[in-house]
Design a protein around this ligand. Structure first.
Ligand code: GAL
Length: 821
């Protein structure tokens, strides 16, 4: 392994540094917003953190000490909320942050009460929830810099998601409460600030005692937070909506922009908007709009512009435009908001499936929760991108954010990388809170070209009833008022002919893929998708079910009774054009809801095509083969290191998409077979150490190969970074593999690996083992079946970063990364 840079890397790194460009992480929608006269946006990443206590006010910094908790606007109700509070003993954390991932595991008492065991299992046996009041409250504090120049401006915080039941304090006052653990919210703070040099402190108390899901949910400020400063005359949060209509002579861009005069005097203003293409050129100037706004008045300005020769957003070409909205008043530009959007058409056809820009596109999807090894739900932006990249590489083009709205950073990645998205509401109810959540989700996300469907719910108890129909008819109307451009869906696991099934635009089938045909015949007018399809349970690198070790064989054979294998669902959907596509449950293994082994120490589900680190299981190559048929591929399983099993018959499979596959052991052919479309091949091979090879032929020519070679003892450990140039402060993904003396992977290695970084910090580790209770927030981790992963945050200043991996008795290795400003 070399840790040196190629000349090309060095040249391109210096070119990037010189131009100040950041080609690695395109700016997110929010951070793309420049500091303009009157407005700035600052991401609040550095916080101090301490656990509170759900059952002891003294250990909860006085919160709830007496019955006056919410009296006097909450002022003084918690010591930790006051600016003068000394938080120097609190941990320094970086948001996104999930405190639950760092908690110990709690094996349930034996025998556990059934219901209690379930709730513990849901969160992957982390010591959080009702039984652990000492771990279930999290306090955060951060100072913000306020000067007299801010007086008279509007200042607000934008939280993208806090788990959960958050109370936001400004200088000791309670200024907001937000129940939902998944919905973004805005908090106005300007009334509570000290503009005369005094300290200004934001405090957040999050209460994760109760849950909203049956899967791991994390805890704390696990998504971005921004402080926005704006003129009293401004465009409010999510105050722009861009719709596009592609016509023969161009794209009609329809813009609705809210302008708010939150000041106490009338103002005259001009709204000036332009459309900027992805190369930074102004594609169109919209006519100026003169406004006279009374004090407190908000107006929505609607404009439209025909854009000639628009560059469409597609999966291959992610052309993104920016709507630049400026407000001018008294000869000054007082506000500017940039809204990114894409021009594309989408349509669901009941007979022909999904269309993007008039062309049929099968939705090759995965459903995913939002946690990753090492960091839990506190996923940094670069990791969102990395996760999208793993699925794209497999050929997936669609993601269902189950069962809650995604992080903004994930949507930005989907827009930039070309991944379609189903945004799902967490609470399927028409009560005021749920409607408010839906409202915020749609307003936040409706400008993202990647979003193609709003999912109203998943397997709700009322799904097949008249009540379900009433609730969802209301939600659907609400969504369509806010966004007439996208259909609604709902993931049903039964009763499709009734209830919600009669209401939503696109019907979602969870499992039971074989029932879609009959449904389509009964309801030929309604488009259908598989919202949860195949659900093979498999442990990466394991090839026999072993209930004692809680592992599942990684052949595509094992699944819960309600689901099917990959091959079973895909062979149904692939050939039916009326099924718009399907979403595998799941892309990645997720923490919690351990299945099929529900008992400790199983802490994760095993449904994933990739494990909790994003290491591919064998099924990854099944999908890769058939979702990217243009790329010839063969993949062999299992590994070929079975000491003690000499002479025993081993089940050998090949995934692949070539016309034929030949299997060879040490050069001797074991037969050549035609690969059936959308299926796999099998052999039985008596084990002998050596080299097992699969050779893929198209029209008689070799076009792909894969080999498994019997490995010797572990000798070294290799390290690969997902990229060699990163922006200061970003995370880099590091994959470690245990190798033998000849550099061959040791597929069963469990060596303890240690990671160390200079110029960066190891923020978390993992190995994809669904039964590992080693700590995530650590710098060492045992390999699991030869692999482990570390997530490194590069330092906040530019320069070289060096990261190494080592293990007792093995040769280590080192990788260097350049951090750019
Ligand atoms: C589905 C459900 C998912 C997950 C899955 C496990 O019914 O929608 O959230 O629980 O089952 O198989």
């Amino acid at each position: 392994m070399t840790d040196g840079f190629t000349r090309r890397e060095i040249v391109s790194a210096s070119a990037l540094a010189l131009t100040g460009a950041n080609l690695l992480t395109a700016p997110s929608q929010a951070s793309a917003e420049p500091v303009a006269a009157g407005r700035s946006r600052e991401r609040l990443e550095q916080w101090r953190f301490h656990l509170g206590h759900a059952a002891n006010a003294e250990r909860d910094f006085g919160f709830g000490r007496d019955q006056r908790t919410f009296a006097k606007a909450g002022w003084g109700t918690a010591d930790a909320a006051l600016p003068k509070f000394n938080d120097s003993g609190w941990a320094e954390v970086q948001v996104p942050h999930d405190w639950a991932v760092a908690l110990p595991f709690a094996p349930p008492a034996t025998p556990p009460p059934k219901d209690r065991a379930d709730s513990m299992a849901a969160h992957g046996f982390k010591a959080i929830g009702r039984d652990f009041p000492q771990n279930s409250i999290g306090w955060y504090r951060t100072p913000i810099g306020i000067t007299s120049a801010d007086r008279g401006r509007r200042l607000w915080l934008e939280f993208d998601g806090v788990f959960r039941d958050a109370i936001i304090f400004v200088n000791g006052y309670i200024v907001a409460r937000n129940e939902s653990g998944y919905t973004p919210f805005r908090v106005g703070i300007d009334d509570f600030l000290d503009y005369d040099g005094g300290p200004n402190v934001i405090a957040v108390r999050a209460d994760a005692t109760l849950g909203e899901g049956w899967f791991y949910e994390g805890a704390g400020i696990y998504r971005r937070v921004d402080l926005v400063r704006a003129n009293a005359l401004h465009i409010p949060q999510w105050g722009t909506f861009v719709r596009t209509d592609v016509q023969p002579d161009g794209a009609l861009v329809q813009v609705a922009t809210d302008v708010l005069n939150s000041g106490d005097a009338p103002v005259s203003a001009t709204l000036r908007q332009s459309l900027i293409s992805s190369d930074g050129l102004v594609a169109a100037m919209l006519p100026d709009v003169a406004l006279n706004l009374a004090a407190g008045e908000q107006r929505t300005v609607e404009q439209q512009e025909l854009l000639l020769a628009p560059r469409l957003w597609s999966l291959e070409e992610r052309n993104l435009y920016t709507l630049r909205s400026e407000i001018h008043s008294a000869e000054r530009r007082v506000d500017q908001v940039d809204t990114r959007f894409g021009i594309r058409t989408i349509a669901f056809d009941a007979n022909r499936g999904f269309y993007l820009n008039g062309r049929p596109v099968k939705l090759l999807g995965t459903a995913n929760h939002h946690d990753h090894a090492g960091v839990g739900t506190g996923i940094p932006d670069a990791l969102h991108r990395w996760r999208v990249a793993q699925l794209k590489e497999m050929g997936s083009n669609a993601w269902r954010s189950a069962h809650n709205p995604p992080a903004s950073a994930l949507l930005d990645a989907c827009d930039e990388m070309g991944m379609l998205m189903i945004v799902e509401q967490r609470i399927n109810s028409s009560d005021e809170e749920a409607q408010s959540e839906l409202d915020r989700i749609v307003r936040r996300d409706r400008n993202h070209p990647s979003v193609i469907l709003w999912s109203l719910g998943n397997e709700e108890p009322h799904q097949a009833s008249e009540r379900g129909a009433r609730i969802n008819a209301e939600l659907k109307a609400h969504v369509h008022r806010l966004d007439p451009t996208r259909p609604t869906t709902f993931a049903m696991d039964q009763g499709w002919d009734n209830g919600v099934g009669r209401v939503v635009d696109v019907l979602g089938f969870n499992y039971r893929t074989d029932k879609i045909e009959g449904y389509h015949q009964r309801h030929p007018e309604q488009p259908v998708i598989g919202t949860e399809t195949g659900s093979t349970v498999a442990t990466r690198g394991e090839y026999a079910n072993d209930p004692a070790r809680h592992v599942m064989r990684a052949y595509d054979t094992e699944h819960p009774w309600w689901a099917t294998t990959a091959e079973e669902w895909w062979t149904i959907v692939a050939d039916r054009s009326y099924i718009a596509g399907g979403f595998v449950w799941t892309g990645f293994d997720y923490r919690g809801e351990p299945t099929p082994y529900a008992e400790f120490p199983s802490i994760s589900s095993q449904f994933g095509i990739l494990d909790t680190c994003g290491f591919p299981k064998d099924n990854y190559y099944y999908y890769h083969a058939w979702w990217r048929p243009d790329q010839p591929l063969v993949h062999l399983l299992p590994h070929w290191t079975w000491p003690g099993r000499e002479g025993q018959s081993i089940e050998v499979w090949a995934h692949g998409n070539t016309d034929e596959v030949e299997l060879r052991l040490d050069g001797h052919s074991l037969g050549r077979k035609a690969m059936p479309r959308n299926r796999h091949l099998e052999w039985r091979v008596p084990y002998a150490p050596g080299r097992l090879e699969a050779i893929g032929y198209n029209r008689g020519r070799i076009v792909a190969r894969d080999t498994r070679v019997t490995a010797g003892p572990a000798h070294s450990v290799s390290l690969v970074a997902d990229r060699r140039i990163a922006k200061a402060g970003e995370v880099v993904m590091l994959n470690a593999a245990v190798l033998d003396a000849r550099g061959r992977p040791v597929p069963t290695a469990v060596n303890l690996l240690s990671f160390a970084a200079s110029g960066g910090t190891i923020v978390g580790v993992g190995n994809g083992n669904p039964n590992s209770i080693e700590p995530d927030v650590a710098s060492e981790r045992r390999a699991f079946n030869g692999l482990a992963q570390a997530i490194m945050r590069v330092g906040s200043s530019a320069g070289p970063v060096s990261v190494s991996v080592g293990s007792a008795g093995l040769n280590g290795s080192r990788v260097r990364v350049i951090a750019l400003p």
